[in-house]
Structures are given as C-alpha cells and as structure tokens.
Design a protein around this ligand. Structure first.
Ligand code: ASP
Length: 586
C-alpha cells in the first residue's frame, strides 16, 4: 500500500496514529539535529520530521532529498509544538520511521511554489510542473466542479449529452477553419468544427428535443487573452422554444453556477438591453455594468459655437467620472495619449472639471460660455468633484467604440473593476446582418441559421441592414460568456437567408443541401445557445486570461511549446496523404 492517507488529510484528532504517506518533496529544512520536510500531493502538504538523535541513518537519507523527489514514508502523527494556522494540516507533523525514495528528480527549472520565479515561457514549456503549483491546479479543480454542476443542471432539465463528430466539413461561422487532409480521399480535407451548430440543429430534426455537449471547438483566429485556437463550449439546443424559454433556462443555469460554485445569490432577473442601446450608451455589445459612466451625447449642447472639432463631428459624446476632478494635468495627458494610441485612434480628448463652487472648468473654455458648460454639466447630472471626458469623431460607431475604451480605462484607473462583483445582463435584438466593406456584401452577424424577428421579415429585401435577429448574448463584467439564437426551421426562409448572404442557389445546395433536405422532413421550431466554458471558469477564478484555466494551452502564436506543435510532416507522411508541399513566400 502506497499510502493510508493523503498529504492534506491529517488533523489533531489523528495524533498517535501510524500512517503511510506518499508525495513530492516541496522543501527540506535542517535545523540543528532535526530535518523538516514538507511533503506535497494534490490534496495538501504535511510536515515530516526526522530526528538525528533517534535515527542518524534515516536523517542522513532525509538530508539528501531534493526538491520534487517522490517519496513514501511511514511514521506517527504527532501534535506540533509550533502550529501553522495557514496549513490545514498545520496542527500535526509526522515523526518519520521509514523513508523510501520512489523516484529522484532533477532540479526543476523554476520553483514549484505559489509565487514562482519562472516566467511564462518556461512554465509553458514545462507545463506538467507548472500544473503542480496550487494556484494552477485549483483553476482546474474549479473547472471540474463547474462541469459537474453544469451536467447536473442540464440532466435535471432533461438534456441529453450527445457527441458530434470532430472531422467535418467547413461551417461558415465567421472564423477560419482548421483543416485536416484525408488520406483516403486524396486532395480532400476535413475541417474541425468551429461549433457543432449544424449537428445540434439536425438532432432537433431527429426529435432529441434537448441536447447538450461540453465540446471542443476550433477557430483559426488571431489570439487574445480570451481566445485560444481550441476552446470548450457548453453547447445546447432545444425544440419547441421561443427566446424567452431559452433565456430563462440558461439564466437559471447561470444562477445555479453562481450559487453552487461561488455561493453568490443573484436576485431578480438579469437586465435585458437591446443591442442598439448597448452601442449607444456603452459603445460595445458587451458592456461592463459593474460601473456606470453611461455615454451622454452632446451634439445638441455643444455644436454651433465655432469649435470645428465639435462642429464638424458626426458624433460628440462623453462620460462622467465621479470624483475624478482631482486628476492632474499629467494624468489627463496620459489619458489623452491612451485614446490617441493607434489601436484606439481618437484624435484628442476634451475634458471638464466640476469645480468646488459648481462651475465648470474645461479644456475648451475659450469656445464655450459658462452657461453652455453648465448645460453640459446638467446633461451628465454631474456634481462637484466630477470629471467629464469627451470624444468627437466623424464616424459615430467608431467614436463610440473609442469612448468605450476610455470608459473601461477610467474604470480600471478608478478601481471599479472589482472581480468579486458580478454584473450580468442579456444583450438582445442584435442586427441579423452586418455589412462587410471588404466583401461588399451582408454577412450574418451571428450565423446564417439565426432567425429574423417575425415583425422584421418584411424588411428583409427593403431594409436588410435594419432587420433584427432573435439572437441573444449573455454578458458578465464585460465578457461575452455565451450567446445563441432561435433558428430558422423553414427551408424557404433559410433559402432566402442564403440568398441575402450572397450564396448562389447552387453553392447553398452544395454547402447546406443536407440541412435544407432535413428541413423538408418536419423540422420543429428550435433554438439554443453556447456558453464559453473557459470564459466562465476564468471569470469565477478571477483570471485575466483563459489560458490559466486550460491544462495545456497554446501560446499567442498558437503553439504548444511543450510538445512543440505544430510541426512539419515527414516526406513519407506527405506521400501517404498524396500531398506535395510548396510554401508560398510571404
Ligand atoms: N454555435 C453558436 C456559436 O458558437 C452558438 C449558438 O448559436 O448556439 O457561437
């Protein structure tokens, strides 16, 4: 028997017991004639004691143990003289009687401690060692608890977990596909699913009624903190439902997770905000509502005073940062630089402080009377000590997005992004289409299977861009944690949709013929949603990047630096695949 107990288990009530423990050597300390060893496993850490006076030979052996040696000991549980409140096992120690070295270890390339000396690259290269660290492991434990709760909830709601294939054909969902060559079908390729969208819809045609899958999805996109080339979705679909049904069931799931995992009671219904309002007031389809700073438009108030930057702008709007009038000139210059950086692209920043006497002192005083500035103050309902920040621009949507970045930066600076505070909402009524300047055609904002709002169907031809979708996203703290839609289940409407998206009937048939055929055999009304598991876990764990809740993630260039993938193929493999490689010069 390798062990009677784990390293996180023993308490004062176990004092006197003979135990066997196995684990890794965290560290050793020699103090006079005593040697202390911290023994670690997944469950915790236990202090071992070796006494030179009692057994010189055993103690010598202990003194030779290096970090990360794997050992097995037997000994007696003893009450500790100086207890350690920070450790669950801190009241006891083991007086070791036998020591068996199960395996030695080279000196690890970084310290396996909560605060390690290893940088990102080295930790990724030796990810199996990084995963020994408490904080990394606990993220995966949290992930496990969450998937268990998700399965419990969905099972109770009669969802069936069904696996769908990973080697499929291309599905147009807005991102690039990863492709896999087929040996048995020379010159042909599978694509890895960006999501199981079509399969889950077909399962509804098959009468499965409620489907879910915790499933890997693949998108060949440029990577950011909240994106990985392969990521996990909690993918769901339901039949005979409308938008309200889907929203209420998945809001229920969100509340269930908050309660079970975080012990947070989310009271009342989540806020619903139309996409139009989200863009108008927050410049984003995923507004962070932990703080206010709603946009106020100032075209009416500020235009016509001879200040060209404002007079010639299509959009003039701002935010009011409470209590930030104390910002120094230097801080304001820094903010100005922030919005002017190329990624954001604003031309400049106008600011105004509300003075202790209630008057307004702005960076554009020479263009505006105090009366106009007071009207502006009124528009924000600003108070003494507040700071108003204004952007202008000739493209309203662009300027709103810039203002959104400024709002988020202010929130960070003012310490309003409390990770323990959760602001949940649904963004609804997304546009069905989005115009692509590049392709000079409409694209599906969500995907081509999303249904238009019935009342907007008459606009499909006449005012395509104005048609709203039966689509919804759940947003928490500015993160899109999931989204879905009610689907089209009528083959005629689906054909119309393909036509509006620029598919010729032949191409639509070629790509989606099977789906159109399926819809001819009694497709029920259906809809669903997919939650991003990685984003949920990182939100609950308070992480800045989803990478930290994935056991073996890829780096920013999409590489797994541990196994060194992707890599080249042998000539013989290419031969088997009937492929010849000619790399294009970039
Ligand atoms: N397949 C969609 C996505 O991956 C989610 C859905 O519509 O259910 O975004």
């Amino acid at each position: 028997m390798f062990r009677t107990n784990t390293c996180g288990e023993l308490r004062l009530s176990d004092a006197g017991k003979e135990v066997t423990l196995s684990g890794w050597v965290q560290r050793t300390r020699k103090m006079g004639g005593m040697t202390f060893v911290d023994l670690r496993d997944r469950y915790g850490m236990t202090q071992l004691v070796f006494n030179e006076e009692k057994d010189q030979e055993l103690c010598d052996l202990a003194n030779k143990l290096g970090r990360e040696f794997v050992i097995q000991i037997t000994g007696k549980v003893n009450e500790r003289f100086s207890k350690n409140d920070h450790m669950a096992t801190g009241d006891v120690e083991i007086i070791v009687e036998t020591l068996n070295v199960l395996n030695t270890s080279e000196v690890p390339p970084f310290t396996i401690e909560d605060k390690t000396d290893g940088g990102e690259d080295i930790r990724m290269k030796y990810r199996y060692l990084d995963l020994r660290r408490n904080n990394v492991r606990s993220n995966l434990e949290l992930r496990h608890q969450m998937t268990m709760e998700i399965r419990r909830y969905l099972d109770e709601m009669h969802f069936l977990e069904v696996e769908t294939p990973v080697l499929i054909g291309s599905t147009p969902e807005g991102a690039r596909d990863f492709v896999v060559p087929s040996r048995m079908n020379p010159g042909q390729f599978y694509a890895l699913p960006q999501s199981p969208q079509i399969f889950k819809q077909l399962l509804m045609v098959s009468g499965f009624d409620r489907y879910f899958q915790i499933v890997k999805c693949f998108r060949d996109e440029d990577l950011r903190a909240d994106r990985q080339p392969e990521f996990t979705q909690i993918d769901c679909e339901m039949s005979f439902v409308d938008q309200e049904d889907v929203i209420s069931l998945f809001e229920g799931m969100a509340k269930h997770l908050f309660k079970k995992i975080m012990n947070v009671d989310l009271k009342g219904d989540f806020i619903r905000m139309t996409w139009q309002d989200a863009m108008k007031y927050y410049g984003s389809d995923k507004p962070d509502l932990r703080f206010d700073m709603k946009f106020v438009e100032l075209m009416d108030v500020l235009k016509g005073s001879g200040f060209a930057v404002v007079d010639d702008a299509a959009y003039v709007g701002g935010i009011c940062a409470q209590g930030a009038a104390s910002y120094t000139r230097k801080q304001l210059d820094k903010l100005t630089d922030y919005v002017k950086r190329p990624q954001i692209g604003a031309k400049g920043l106008i600011y105004a402080r509300i003075q202790p006497d209630g008057s307004v002192k702005s960076s554009v005083d020479k263009f505006y009377s105090q009366e106009t500035l007071l009207q502006m103050k009124e528009a924000f309902q600003a108070e003494v000590g507040d700071l108003i920040l204004i952007l202008t621009g000739d493209d309203a949507m662009k300027t709103r997005r810039q203002l959104c970045e400024l709002r988020l930066e202010m929130a960070r600076e003012l310490g309003l992004c409390d990770k323990k505070n959760f602001a949940c909402l649904w963004v609804v009524d997304f546009p069905l289409f989005e115009w692509s300047e590049e392709d000079k055609r409409f694209m599906a904002m969500h995907h081509p299977f999303t249904s238009p709002k019935p009342e907007d169907i008459p606009l499909l031809d006449s005012d395509t861009g104005a048609v709203r979708a039966n689509a919804y996203d759940m947003v928490i703290n500015g993160v899109e944690v999931g989204g879905g839609s009610i689907r089209i289940h009528d083959s005629e409407l689906q054909n119309k949709m393909f036509e509006l998206l620029g598919f010729t009937p032949e191409r639509a048939k070629e790509q989606f013929g099977f789906l159109m055929d399926a819809f001819k055999y009694g497709a029920p009304p259906h809809g669903g949603l997919a939650y991003g598991l990685d984003r949920w876990v990182s939100l609950f764990a308070g992480l800045d990047s989803i990478r930290d809740c994935i056991a073996f993630p890829k780096n920013n260039s999409g590489r797994d630096v541990m196994i060194d993938a992707p890599s080249s193929l042998d000539e013989s493999q290419l031969e088997e695949l009937n492929l010849q490689l000619t790399l294009k010069e970039k």
